[in-house]
Design a protein around this ligand. Structure first.
Ligand code: ATP
Ligand code: MG
Length: 324
């Protein structure tokens, strides 16, 4: 995939820019606060339909202005395409793909595929499991529209089930009468998502080993293993029916614990990736340098898996790569 041209109006501190990119590596140089990260954010926005730095779209509109627009031309193996995003103060953002209005985010994610690496990604190794789930969700959503749809359904069901659990202390009867329905739906989506994540990590691990090995002179071997909260034997995640049954068993037989905790305790919202270097937990023991190399290896692996599945490399967006 190739990024050909971007036109920006009023995006953060960029008042107006029309830039044509070269087919190979492009480097943005500039002073601090000149707008380099903003430019990457604008490109990345057209890929995911949202910012990697904020959940408040209005923040993206240049101070004192009413609207902003980013229009990106890119080419995949087949043809030249365009994604345009417009934001107005107080209004819903508009996204167009080849001049057609996009109504659902899931219709634009995966069209222009990118891999982003920025200094914040060092948290992939050291921070909590949420960072690693986010890594999986962004990578997988760009590869499989069905994944994003399943994830959106899962989050909706989880929200409903959590509300039911919170209300259970006052109204146990309603809880007992309806919880099974939500548990069944949750277990079903969880099993589908778990298989995607399990397979992805298996594929990515090979590439992470290779890239990390190259960076460290083959002295260190990392491993990545999918950690699901259903605690089945790892290979079983390949079997959706088995995973569904395992989650259902947990969700159906531990109501008191969930009511005590006030939320759903089992499901893919509790997943993690267990990462080790030479058999030691990376989260606890990786040095700064190892964290950097490992996070970078994971991002490069994301590009390789994307290439293997879609037949073409995504566009890599590296922010401050020399500082890392
Ligand atoms: P560095 O080399 O330090 O990383 P950079 O070139 O990546 O710098 P950016 O993060 O792209 O810098 O740009 C930061 C500038 O953009 C800041 O000065 C910030 O105040 C400004 N900025 C952010 N949001 C807006 C906005 N909505 N309107 C105008 N300016 C903004
Ligand atoms: Mg920057």
């Amino acid at each position: 995939m190739e990024c050909n041209k971007i036109s920006i109006r009023n995006f953060r501190n960029i008042e107006a820019a029309d830039i044509t990119f070269d087919g190979g590596v492009n480097i943005l140089c500039g002073e601090n606060a000149q707008g380099k990260t903003n430019m990457l954010e604008a490109i990345h926005f057209t890929s995911l339909g949202k910012s990697f730095r904020t959940t408040h779209d209005e923040e993206l509109i240049r101070f004192g202005e009413e609207f902003c627009e980013v229009s990106l031309d890119f080419t995949d193996t087949v043809r030249r395409q365009n994604i345009t995003v417009r934001m107005m103060q107080g209004k819903k953002k508009q996204i167009e793909h080849n001049k057609n209005k996009v109504t659902k985010l899931s219709d634009v994610v995966g069209v222009f595929r990118t891999v982003l690496f920025c200094p914040e990604h060092l948290s992939l190794i050291k921070e909590g499991p949420g960072e690693r789930r986010n890594f999986l969700d962004i990578a997988l959503s760009q590869l499989y529209p069905m994944y994003l749809k399943s994830l959106q359904r899962y989050n909706q069901i989880l929200k409903q089930r959590n509300q039911l659990i919170k209300a259970a202390e006052d109204d146990r009867a309603t809880f007992e009468a309806t919880v099974d329905l939500w548990s069944a739906q949750l277990a079903h989506e969880a099993a589908i998502i778990a298989r995607y994540r399990y397979r992805y990590i298996k594929m990515a691990e090979e590439h992470v080993k290779r890239f990390f090995g190259e960076m460290t002179g083959e002295r260190e071997t990392p491993t990545l293993v999918y950690l699901g909260s259903s605690k089945q034997p790892i290979e079983e995640y390949e079997d959706v029916a088995k995973t569904e049954a395992a989650y259902l068993e947990l969700l159906n037989t531990r109501h008191d614990r969930e009511i005590g905790a006030g939320c759903t305790l089992w499901g893919i919202h509790k997943d993690d990736i267990r990462i080790t270097i030479n058999e030691k937990e990376a989260r606890a023991f990786a040095s700064q340098g190892q964290q950097r190399s490992l996070a970078l290896a994971m991002k490069l692996a994301e590009g390789e898996v994307c290439a293997a599945i879609t037949g073409e490399r995504p566009v890599f967006l590296f922010d401050d790569v020399f500082s890392e």
